[in-house]
Write a protein that binds this ligand. Structure first.
Ligand SMILES: Cc1cc2nc3c(=O)[nH]c(=O)nc-3n(C[C@H](O)[C@H](O)[C@H](O)COP(=O)(O)O)c2cc1C
Length: 325
């Protein structure tokens, strides 16, 4: 009988499938549903840096706020942060699977001390969804990278539970960055966040949001980097994210070396109970391949273990171009 049990951030998960951060992880009912249907862990919906800053800055001044509108805004904002901490407490109390809290941020200062409140509320780990948008052509990539290091330094001052960075793949050298995260004490990386992106409506002549839900073919941007990152001689955990719509998709990321696999869009589409089907698909495949546990095949096809590692290096289509007339 095979087991899907796996380790992530030093925590034991009964499945490598994690419900990733979104509105699907914003109520205790949804979190319980995820656990009941076989989620290995849950990442709570994110709190935004702006909410935290509002909360931090408004506490001393709130009694003196003169305008009703300000008071209302203050109430809503600070209340939502309190609600968030309450969600962590309730989740910790009612769930037996790990509960990971989440923060969306785009600066490295000010709000970082707040992460301790999440740990105090009972979060098992904190996922930091971070992206510093480079909008200034006079700033170098090294300038942007420094912001990540400053962020880690600030977080590490207050937080003792594991910190995971949920990153994008827009770095000049992703492996260098992951190495730097590891050297600074980061326990895990989520590869990768799927950002909110613009599209254009040519009839209305407007910039509109591109589809917020992923397609399975988006895995192609992720698989290479998981295969390469998991082959490094450092022990930073990797959680795959983007384009996992079936158990088979999850297996691909595990074979490439991911420790866990996060799911979001497919659960919006098919409902949280679909996790059960995905776990079954992983189990069935393991039975067919005679694998007893996830570690029997994790990373089997990564840059280090696969017999033809150059497939991970090849980015140009020479073979295909030369054979097409
Ligand atoms: C509606 C929606 C809301 C999301 N909200 C968050 C969020 O608050 N924080 C976050 O880190 N990621 C958020 N994400 C990103 C997902 O956690 C996930 O990384 C992304 O959708 C890629 O995974 P998928 O292909 O399984 O959807 C959101 C995604 C969707 C579709």
């Amino acid at each position: 009988m095979e087991t899907l049990t796996t380790k992530y951030l030093g925590l034991t998960l009964k499945s490598p499938l994690i419900v990733s951060s979104s509105r699907l992880t914003s109520t205790i009912g949804q979190l319980k549903e995820a656990e009941d249907n076989g989620a290995g862990a849950v990442v709570l919906k994110s709190l935004f840096e702006e909410q935290i800053n509002y909360y931090i800055n408004s506490i001393p001044s709130s009694p003196g706020y003169p305008e009703a509108d300000d008071y209302l805004a203050n109430y809503i904002q600070s209340n939502s942060v309190d609600n968030y901490l309450d969600l962590i407490r309730k989740a910790r109390k009612n769930l037996s699977i790990p509960v990971i809290s989440s923060i969306n941020c785009y600066t490295s200062r000010g709000w970082t001390g707040f992460a301790k409140n999440m740990a105090d509320a009972g979060a098992d780990a904190i996922e930091i969804n971070v992206f510093f948008m480079p909008t200034d052509r006079k700033k170098s990539s090294a300038d942007a990278e420094k912001l990540y290091f400053e962020l880690i330094e600030n977080l590490k001052k207050t937080v003792k539970i594991p910190i995971v960075l949920k990153i994008g793949f827009r770095f000049s050298n992703i492996l260098f960055m992951i190495d730097q995260f590891y050297n600074r004490g980061i326990e895990g990386v989520v590869m990768f966040n799927r950002f909110y992106e613009p599209d254009i409506d040519i009839n209305k002549m407007e910039v509109i949001p591109a589809s917020i839900f992923s397609q399975e073919n988006e895995r192609r941007y992720v698989l290479r980097w998981i295969g390469m990152a998991s082959a490094q001689d450092i022990k930073i955990d990797i959680s795959a994210s983007t384009g996992v719509h079936t158990g088979q998709d999850a297996i691909k990321y595990l074979l490439a070396g991911a420790d866990t696999v996060q799911v979001c869009s497919v659960l919006y589409n098919k409902g949280i109970p679909y996790l059960k089907t995905m776990n079954q698909q992983i189990s069935d495949w393991m039975t067919a391949k005679k694998f007893k546990k996830i570690d029997d095949f994790r990373g089997r096809l990564n840059y280090l273990n696969y017999e033809k590692p150059t497939v991970f290096e090849r980015t140009q289509f020479m073979k295909y171009f030369s054979s097409f007339e």
